[in-house]
Design a protein around this ligand. Structure first.
Ligand code: SF4
Length: 400
């Protein structure tokens, strides 16, 4: 099962509880986190062309969230699912301890990795084999040629597949996460999904890439129309090869989100659905765009100008259809329209006919470029902290 039954029940109960609480408070919109995106470091052992996370000076790449800070973020946020991302989380020496603390809190952990270190470090994670609260989420953007090109290094696909097989043999839950870019061939993706299912993975997370302003390759991101046509093409092939309307590929995403990718739902994003905590703090407004940082989760939720973001509101959001922004929208839609959600999950995404109307970009505000200011601010903070630490050490030595 792509999402274990226990997880479906727990997350369903959490979502229902959040809506009930909002109802009791007389709130029109229930605003709650669904998946915490925890980035305990930005350092990575790859340098993918589509990545917007690793272009920082060394002083920032050397920063780590401590186990204490990471678990405090989990408690503060309260989301039932935690995705440990990065950077490459397996480079963090305490990543297993962070995962353990989250599992002990009965939250569902997805440990996102490029798998280069997965076999080597698997022993540290054996306590989670067979545990429904822990899932490896291995980055694979396609079959061998596509994936190695996407991560700009030969041999990564083979290593990742070996790690997936080893994890499955050891009894772990194991998913893949796949990002698609412009120029993707639907036939190749359909074949790749078939191959992944044959590997015995539990589920697949798939999303179009987001055009990070710092990504080295700015040429190959999909616009919304191209995304919808690509996904319709892929889903059509799924129907054909499996001889029935409902897809047999096991996606770990909701049916309504997949239907949105195929152009059938007119959704606005829910950026607070997947709040992000990284070495800077709580990122505003979402996992993809870093326009500011709040010190606490409460401050993020209460003091962010949410209306300034989203497709139609902001230039940087124009082409976004990424799951971290829209899965929560799909879940909320399912709560409000359970029969529609059931129908979509039974028939699969619609691949023919008119698409849902697109959001107008006529009134979007222009992009702001704030990366440099954040880097300078963070470097100044690191320097101040280092000086304070040195002064405290000096004072301690003098007193001894
Ligand atoms: S559309 Fe929403 S999720 Fe996507 S980048 Fe903008 S704020 Fe983030």
């Amino acid at each position: 099962m792509a999402v274990p039954l226990r997880q479906q029940v727990d997350v369903g109960a959490y979502v229902a509880g959040q809506h009930f609480k909002a109802f009791l408070k007389g709130q029109k919109t229930a605003r709650y986190p669904l998946v915490l995106m925890l980035e305990p470091l930005f350092r990575c052992n790859l340098a993918c062309a589509g990545c917007g996370k690793i272009d920082y000076p060394d002083a920032i790449l050397n920063q780590r969230l401590s186990v204490k800070d990471a678990l405090a973020a989990v408690d503060e946020c309260g989301a039932p699912v935690v995705s440990i991302a990065g950077g490459e989380p397996l480079l963090h020496k305490d990543c297993a301890a962070i995962a353990r603390g989250i599992v002990e809190r009965k939250k569902y952990v997805y440990l996102c990795t490029n798998a280069l270190l997965m076999e080597k470090k698997m022993d540290q994670y054996m306590e989670f084999a067979g545990n429904p609260y822990f899932t490896w989420s291995v980055h694979l953007d396609g079959s061998k040629d596509e994936h190695d090109k996407s991560v700009c290094q030969q041999g990564v696909y083979v290593k990742a597949v070996e790690a997936i097989k080893k994890a499955k043999l050891a009894g772990f839950r194991c998913n893949i996460n796949c990002t698609l870019f412009q120029g993707t061939n639907p036939e190749r993706v359909a074949q790749f999904f078939d191959d992944v299912m044959e590997m015995g993975v539990d589920g697949m997370t798939v999303s179009p890439g987001y055009a990070y302003e710092r990504a080295p390759d700015q040429e190959h991101f999909l616009n919304r129309r191209a995304t919808k046509e690509l996904f319709r093409g892929i889903f059509r092939l799924g129907e054909k090869s499996q001889g029935q309307a409902k897809q047999k590929w096991r996606f770990s995403q909701s049916g309504l989100y997949m239907d949105f990718l195929a152009g059938n739902q007119e959704y606005h994003c829910t950026p607070w659905g997947n709040p992000t905590r990284n070495v800077f703090g709580w990122q505003r407004p979402c996992y993809l765009v870093g326009e500011g940082y709040a010190k606490t989760f409460k401050e993020l939720m209460e003091d962010t100008g949410w209306d300034q973001y989203g497709t139609g509101n902001y230039e940087k959001c124009a082409d976004c259809m990424v799951h971290s922004g829209y899965e929560a929208t799909a879940v909320m839609d399912a709560v409000k329209n359970p029969l529609k959600a059931l129908a979509v999950s039974l028939r699969g995404p619609k691949t023919e006919g008119e698409m849902a109307p697109e959001i107008s970009l006529a009134n979007q505000r222009p992009a702001e470029f704030v990366f440099k200011a954040h880097v300078e601010h963070e470097l100044a903070r690191i320097e101040t902290d280092a000086k304070a630490k040195k002064a405290a050490m000096g004072a301690r030595e003098a007193a001894e």
